[in-house]
Design a protein around this ligand. Structure first.
Ligand code: FO1
Length: 314
């Protein structure tokens, strides 16, 4: 079975890690959101891409989920001392990634090729694709009429502003990475990782080509919510502010035109009927991933659910 996952940050990376433990590189790849990318201190930062790569490399900081484990912060502290911005923390080792990526991008190398080379150095054998080599920027519109860059909203303002809508600047002109689209087209099954639908998966689907490639393909999404609460990040808060009750069924409804199957938590069994109403095949299980074992267990369940769905459709 060939599988492609679409993923955003920390939650998505955990499931991707589980899937990568079970499937060989020729059968599994991941397309990652780059709507969170931005420039900080003139460096080009790709937070979700790095989170997925560091996680697959076993390098990720286990406390935060982002950044590198056993990190030191000398440069960050010195920059702050010199009056530089201190709201976005870049660790000393992590900085090397951003400096090299910035230099290579400035020399004209595409982000996808840079990522492939970094992955090779980090011992990541599965392909990790940025959703595009063209810049796409997630902009957060607030109820006060402000427009914030994603990291400004997420880190600088700690997700406090009330959101009114999201914009994926540059998406219309962006193109999928050729190899990513080819792998997606060749996939038997597509998985939306338990990432934030609004700001992790939607930006990928906004790049012309991906959504079209999913039509007629079995797609399984994993809920990023349990009992209306996000496992990490502001997904539940965003749903509330947009006038939607955050729930497993709200996630299924979000993607309903694309989904064949939906994996959600046993604690949300009450949502089952609503989800079946969308003609989506449900799988109830424990979706919480505390450690590597959980990632592999959930990935195994998603794969066997996928097999069942595939055998039904043949
Ligand atoms: N998240 C924070 O909450 N504070 C930070 O200072 C921060 C720094 C950072 C540096 C590099 C990186 O790759 C990620 C970083 N993140 C930080 C996480 C990032 O903002 C979010 O994980 C994603 O953009 C949301 O998926």
């Amino acid at each position: 079975m060939k599988l492609t996952a679409l993923a955003g940050g920390v939650g998505g990376a955990k499931l991707v890690d589980g899937l990568a433990a079970l499937l060989p590189p020729e059968a599994f790849c991941v397309i990652v959101n780059t709507g969170d990318d931005f420039e900080h201190l003139s460096l080009k930062i790709s937070p979700d891409l790095d989170t997925v790569c560091y996680t697959l490399a076993g390098m990720a900081n286990p406390e935060t989920g982002w950044g590198i484990k056993n990190e030191t912060w000398q440069v960050y502290k010195t920059i702050a001392q010199l009056g530089g911005p201190d709201w976005f923390r870049l660790g000393d080792t992590d900085l090397a990634t951003h400096i090299m990526r910035t230099a290579l991008l400035c020399e004209g190398e595409p982000l996808s090729a840079i990522t492939q080379n970094f992955c090779q150095e980090w011992g990541v054998s599965h392909r990790v694709f940025p959703m595009s080599d063209h810049p796409v920027r997630t902009m957060v519109h607030t109820n006060e009429g402000k427009v914030l860059g994603f990291q400004e909203y997420f880190v600088q303002h700690a997700c406090e502003p009330v959101v009114s809508r999201f914009e994926f600047k540059g998406a219309d002109e962006a193109k999928p990475v050729d190899d990513a689209l080819r792998r997606l087209n060749e996939s038997d099954l597509v998985v939306f990782a338990p990432s934030n639908p609004w700001v992790s998966i939607d930006p990928i689907l906004a790049v012309p080509g991906y959504r079209e490639s999913l039509r007629g393909k079995p797609v399984i999404a994993i809920s990023p919510l349990i009992e209306g609460r996000a496992l990490k990040g502001p997904a539940a808060k965003m749903y509330r502010e947009l006038g939607i009750r955050p729930s497993a069924s709200a996630i299924a409804e979000h993607y309903h035109d694309l989904l064949t199957g939906f994996v959600f938590d046993e604690r949300d069994r009450g949502e089952l009927e609503k989800i079946e109403r969308w003609r989506i095949i449900p799988l109830l299980t424990d979706i919480f991933m505390e450690d590597k074992q959980d990632r592999i267990r959930l990935a195994r369940e998603v794969l066997s659910f996928g097999q069942t769905i595939l055998s039904r459709s043949h």
